[in-house]
Ligand binder design. Structure first.
Ligand code: ZN
Length: 62
């Protein structure tokens, strides 16, 4: 399940709900969000439980 937020720079962030870690509505989010291929103003965030897709060594706990 996902939720959508509009950030101050007018991008739409699609963020996984109930993820293990809170997301920022920013392209600088810890999950390395990427723009949607068809809608570049839509930023897709990655769930923490899919972290094998990218390097997790720099992730920090709160
Ligand atoms: Zn994120």
């Amino acid at each position: 399940m996902k939720s959508m937020y509009r950030s101050t720079d007018d991008l739409i962030h699609v963020v996984p709900l109930n993820d293990l870690r809170e997301h920022e509505t920013s392209i600088a989010c810890w999950c390395h969000p990427t723009p949607d291929e068809e809608e570049p103003c839509v930023i897709i965030h990655n769930a923490l439980d899919q972290r094998e897709k990218y390097e997790s060594g720099e992730l920090r706990e709160h």
